[in-house]
Design a protein around this ligand. Structure first.
Ligand code: GDP
Ligand code: MG
Length: 256
């Protein structure tokens, strides 16, 4: 898979204007033979579960660093990946610090997001217990244009650690109760399941986007048929009016 990466900025956002996207997020845009998708993905969960380490590993291929550095506000990173011969995905990954869950700023961070990675630390049960609140908060603050919830994948990080505090049954139960697309064990430390997680989430996101695009495409096709039909009617009327037997002008018929 061929990727391009780059850091956009690392900043504490303070107003709506600060996060205006430079491009339209979501649906695909044709550039030549390739369709470009612009996706904003959220990376959320408690502090110290491995969110920033995950993004650093995935986007910058950084070596694992065991020292903890607090994320202030939000970090966002971009990565472009070739999904198929005809599709390219341009990703924005928004890494939230985990401290501002209930602050009024989060709605701004969540805006236009189309997918979410929800993290917990397999070795600390308390980071699992807060997941319900995170998911509820997510579903409250952001939706797909259709009104459906955004696809969300649960990341059970630090699976390299021996002391597991949460059982697989509990995780399964959480996922079905809260409508997650599934869960996946990761270890940023051992570089395990990082790109697989992103690929799993993107597969669901693309399915959703294509579902959302379908009615639009259908409407466009119908409109095209409608327009060509109207042109025929207009032509007919023009012929009629030039023959002087009809009061309805061609222009009027064209905008029916
Ligand atoms: P964040 O607050 O969620 O962004 O967490 P960080 O990415 O800053 O990581 C918090 C701490 O957990 C750091 O000390 C990391 O080195 C460590 N960490 C992150 N991922 C893993 C992992 O997969 N395994 C282990 N053992 N430690 C990890
Ligand atoms: Mg962080």
């Amino acid at each position: 898979m061929k990727n391009e990466v780059g850091r956009v900025s690392s900043t504490m956002l303070s107003s709506d204007e600060s996060v205006e996207s430079s491009f339209h997020l979501g649906g695909g845009v044709m550039s030549g033979q390739v369709k470009d998708y612009f996706f904003k993905l959220l990376v959320i969960g408690d502090v110290c579960v491995g969110k920033t380490s995950f993004v650093d590993r995935y986007v910058y291929n950084k070596e694992f660093d065991s020292t903890y550095k607090t994320t202030i506000g939000v970090d966002f990173a971009i990565k472009s990946l070739k999904w198929s011969e005809t599709e390219r995905i341009r990703l924005q990954l928004w890494d939230l610090s985990g401290q501002e869950r209930f602050s009024s700023l989060t709605r701004v961070y969540y805006r236009d997001a189309i997918g979410c990675l929800l993290f917990f630390d397999l070795s600390r049960a308390e980071t699992f217990r807060t997941l319900g609140k995170w998911k509820k908060d997510l579903d409250l603050k952001v939706h797909l244009p259709s009104g459906r919830v955004v696809p969300c994948l649960l990341i059970a990080n630090k699976c390299d650690l021996e002391d597991r505090a949460v059982s697989e049954e509990e995780i399964d139960a959480f996922c079905s109760k809260h409508g997650l697309i599934g869960w996946i064990e990761t270890s940023v430390k051992n570089d395990q399941n990082i790109s697989e997680s992103i690929r799993t989430l993107l597969t669901s996101v693309l399915e959703e986007v294509k579902k959302e695009e379908e009615p639009l495409e259908r409407e466009k096709r119908q409109r095209n048929t409608y327009i060509s039909l109207n042109k025929e009617i207009a032509k007919h009327y023009r012929e009629q009016t030039s023959a002087g037997c009809c009061s309805l002008g061609g222009d009027k018929a064209e905008i029916l």
